[in-house]
Design a protein around this ligand. Structure first.
Ligand code: FAD
Length: 398
């Protein structure tokens, strides 16, 4: 069934106030859409480990006018060093800092995931997010979509966008239940205060590459007070239902015992309580974008291995392209088809290179990833560009 409501007349329900959902809500509100977000968590909790904010993601933050907020608390690495895990030899160094502004038009940052969430939340109008609303199911057979929540309450919308992550309930409503695929990779993750590093002074951002394992390390804040690492390795099976479990320090150190002494030092100084072990899940690259008046963005649509650190960036790019597609058509189904057509090639490429885990292992031109501008990409008469506001662009470059 087609619908021709648009802009302020359309009621948009977004499921999930994560990275993609909160960004999409903020973008749609600025364009005049009546937007409600339903989030299963009872309240906002700035949880999570570390995250890269690459320039393609920072362009979206700038559009939302929250880039200064993350610039104020994030670390801006001077370079992204890729080193041989055993010898420490530099395999490829990407200059960042001022060079990132010049090459990619936006900064490259590292910070706490909770700080990214907080910045995105600040862009969403108060009262938009309905906390404690876990979607149980939806019925879109009529003109109005009915949403049912686990707490027994209901809501209505004209379109629904599932931004509800890896185990998306909206995806299940569209396709039936399909368990995400365990990639055969796990990650030990931890963060701890600089004071525990003793005399070691790690580089700002380093990926240590071995044949089948790697360790990523960086700072979570501008003052370099908190240090973060993710140590990834193959594992045949993931034996429990939950995505993570407490990390065993002895197990972690044994698996990376052949790494460079600096890496061993970083891992050995992590306090036990700070280390968790995560299963890495994915879905195949024939993405489910949705149909009719129900669409998916972010991990709900295209979960991928985190080896390019681009999952959140893809969710934010999705949000911008979704807004542009909706602005480009009065017909929701056509807009969602346009969204899917625009995103497919980009996502397939990032999904594939992430799975191969080759990005920046040696000399690399990263422009195709970091130079992408979702505000203007694939500009066409039906997919309007969202120009950067000049004043914001100037503040960004300052
Ligand atoms: C080890 C690791 C490291 C990573 N590092 C990076 C990095 O450095 N850079 C990067 O860009 N990406 C990184 N990623 C990927 C990134 O975290 C994800 O791709 C990103 O969070 C996806 O955003 P999203 O909005 O789609 O989903 P999420 O951020 O997961 O948000 C989904 C939201 O939906 C809510 N929800 C779920 N089900 C329901 C329901 N039924 N009803 C209502 N609400 C619901 C959840 O509570 C949550 O708030 C990493 C991933 C991993 C595993």
């Amino acid at each position: 069934m087609q619908s021709t409501k648009s802009g302020g007349a359309a009621r948009v329900a977004i499921i999930g106030a994560g990275i993609g959902g909160s960004a999409l809500a903020a973008l749609l509100q600025r364009a005049g859409y009546r937007t409600a977000v339903y989030e299963q968590a009872a309240q906002f909790l700035p949880v999570g480990a570390g995250i890269h904010l690459s320039p393609n993601l920072m362009r979206v933050m700038r559009r939302l006018d929250v880039h200064r907020r993350v610039l104020a608390c994030a670390q801006e690495p001077s370079a992204f060093l890729n080193r041989d895990a055993h010898t420490g030899a530099v395999l490829y160094a990407l200059a960042l800092g001022e060079a990132a502004h010049q090459q990619f038009g936006a900064p490259f940052l590292t910070l706490r995931r909770g700080d990214l969430y907080a910045a995105l939340m600040s862009a969403v109008a108060p009262g938009t997010i309905h906390w404690g609303k876990r979607l149980a199911g939806l019925d879109w057979r009529g003109e109005t979509i009915n949403l049912a929540f686990v707490d027994g309450t209901h809501a209505e919308a004209d379109i629904v966008i599932g931004a509800d992550g890896l185990h998306s309930r909206v995806r299940t409503a569209l396709r039936g239940f399909e368990r995400p695929h365990f990639s055969g990779q796990v990650a030990f993750r931890g963060s701890y205060p600089r004071t525990l590093l003793d005399a070691l002074r790690p580089d700002d951002l380093t990926k240590w590459w071995a044949h089948d394992r790697f360790v990523l390390s960086y700072w979570l804040d501008r003052a370099r007070h908190e240090f973060y690492f993710a140590a990834m390795m193959p594992q045949a099976e993931w034996p429990i239902q939950a995505s993570s479990m407490p990390g065993d320090l002895d197990e972690m150190q044994a698996h990376f015992a052949d790494f460079h002494p600096d890496v061993r030092h970083m891992l050995a100084h992590a306090p036990h309580v700070c280390v968790t072990k995560w299963a890495l899940f994915e879905r195949p690259a024939h993405f489910e974008f949705g149909t009719g008046r129900v669409a998916l963005i972010g991990d709900a649509c295209h979960p991928m291995r985190p080896f390019m650190s681009q999952g959140a960036a893809m969710a934010l790019e999705d949000a911008v392209i979704m807004l542009r597609a909706l602005l480009g058509s009065n017909d929701f189904a056509a807009a969602f088809a346009m969204f899917a057509a625009t995103r497919h090639a980009r996502l397939a490429e990032v999904h594939g290179v992430s799975a191969a885990n080759t990005f920046m292992r040696g000399p690399t031109d990263p422009h195709w990833v970091f130079g992408y501008d979702a505000l203007t990409a694939h500009a066409s008469p039906v997919l309007p560009a969202l120009p950067v506001v000049p004043a914001m662009a100037m503040a960004m470059a300052a």
